[in-house]
Structure formats: C-alpha cells, structure tokens
Write a protein that binds this ligand. Structure first.
Ligand code: SAM
Length: 245
C-alpha cells in the first residue's frame, strides 16, 4: 500500500450516502439498459477517493467507486450489446493508485478509466467527449468535502444527455459562513451560491441554502421542461427522467 495513503474513518451517514448512490445507480442503469435509444452508460465520480474506508469499528467498508463498479460490471455482462464506461478522478494520487488496485479489470464492453487531478479541470475536459453524443447517458457524481461547487464545470453536464448528483455540503456552510473572512473562504461561498457574502449571511437555515442551489440549477439549465430536481437529505439531483430510489 502507498505510504502516502490515508484510508479515512467515516461515520454512519457517509455509509448511508454510499448506499443511496448504489441503489440509485442500480435503478438508473436498469432503466436505461432496457431503453433501445441508449447504447452507452457512463458513470463519473470526479472526487472518488480511494474506494475504501474504515467504519467506526475499524471494519473496511467499500465506497461509491467500488460499489458502482461492481454493479456496472454485472450490467455489462448482462447487456453485452451495450457499453459501459466508468471514470474515477481524485486530486490525491495515492488514493487513485490504491483505487486502481481494487477496481475490476476492463473487458470488451466495460472500461474503467482513472485520473489524478483537479475535479473541475477534469470535468471541463471530459465534457468535450460527451457533446452531442446522444447514445451515451451519463451520471455524474459531484462529491466534495466542502460546500464548493464550480458551476462552470457542472453546467455543461446539467445541459447534456445525463444526470448530475451533487452532494451539497450544507453542513460546511452552516458551520463556517458567519466567520468566513479570508478572500479564499468568501470566494468559495460566493462562487458556490452565486451571490454576495452579505446576502448569504442573512440566510437563516439549511433550507435557504438548499433552495439557493436548486434555484441555480434551474437557472443554468437550458431545457427547462427537462429538469427534475429533488432533495434527499442534503442531496440534489437533476435528471432527464425520474428514477425511484
Ligand atoms: C467526500 S470525498 C469523496 C468520496 C467518494 N465520492 C465516495 O463516495 O467514496 C472527497 C474527495 O475529494 C478529493 N478532492 C478534494 N479536492 C479535490 C479537487 N480539487 N479535485 C479532485 N478531488 C478532490 C479528496 O481527496 C477526497 O478523496
């Protein structure tokens, strides 16, 4: 194991997040694989971590990357005429090196690609591949530690042939916004909520911040009659169709 790798210890709500995304991916994949207009499924976790965590009892737990890879590998076997691509990226090279040792291997119609770098740069490059590719349906998972959303990176995916799950870390905002003084912190919150910090500090609770994110999604999405958003705990999902979790 890479000596720079730190496998994180997580709390039960993070395990719940993995389970929610896992169940969502199962429904999403089944629905699209049974649709003749879909020839290619793409799952993207642009901040994927290393695939493993320790729970509170020090048991090793699989994260989103490994759970989704297993589900979609099985789908590739079950639907040999469809192709499935997975993209995992993280800024920490040690995490990606570790994840690579755990991921299933590529096979005819199943391909996993890993990369190391900034998630937003990665998405801006990747978006070029999906433009006008109507046979491909992607699901982008945007899962930062903090309340930091780069709308320039996400907006093309909100307007493409796919779905975006944003883990909006409103807990970060609620904890830190009132004391945000540094240019960096102010820029982060203003960039995420696209509003001046003075106005943001007048927001009262979690609902105000979540509604602001939902309003931004609606504002930046071009095809207005194709937006379906719902909040699940601190999740916001924009879909081209509605899949039951
Ligand atoms: C909440 S964790 C992701 C968990 C993962 N999606 C999962 O469900 O198992 C956030 C990850 O983002 C990575 N990260 C932080 N800043 C980043 C950046 N600018 N670009 C890409 N990854 C980043 C961290 O190294 C960390 O692994």
């Amino acid at each position: 194991m890479n000596e720079n790798l730190v496998i994180e210890k997580i709390r039960p709500h993070t395990i719940k997040k993995f389970e929610i995304v896992e169940e969502y991916v199962k429904s999403w994949a089944q629905k699209l694989l049974n649709n003749s207009s879909c020839s290619n499924l793409v799952f993207i976790d642009c901040m994927s971590n290393c695939g493993q965590y320790y729970d509170e009892n020090n048991n090793l737990i699989e994260g989103t990357a490994l759970r989704v890879a297993k589900i979609l590998k099985q789908c590739a076997q079950d639907y040999p005429n469809k192709s499935i691509d997975l993209y995992f990226n993280d800024i920490d090279p040690a995490k990606i090196d570790h994840l690579e040792t755990l991921l299933p291997s590529n096979k005819n119609n199943f391909h996993v690609r890993v990369s190391k770098g900034d998630a937003n740069d990665f998405l801006k490059e990747l978006n070029k591949e999906f433009r006008n590719n109507r046979g491909s349906h992607y699901l982008l998972f945007y899962d930062p530690y903090e309340a930091a959303i780069d709308w320039d990176a996400i907006t093309p995916f909100l307007n493409g042939w796919g779905e975006v799950i944003i883990n909006h870390m409103v807990s970060d905002t609620l904890r830190a916004i009132k004391t945000a003084k540094s240019d960096k912190a102010v820029k982060k919150y203003e960039g995420t909520y696209l509003i001046d910090i003075e106005k943001l500090t007048s927001y009262k609770n979690k609902d105000d911040f979540e509604k602001r994110i939902e309003d931004i999604i609606k504002a930046v999405t071009m095809i207005k009659n194709m937006i379906y958003t719902f909040r699940l705990s601190h999740f916001l999902i924009r879909e081209t169709d509605f899949f039951t979790i």
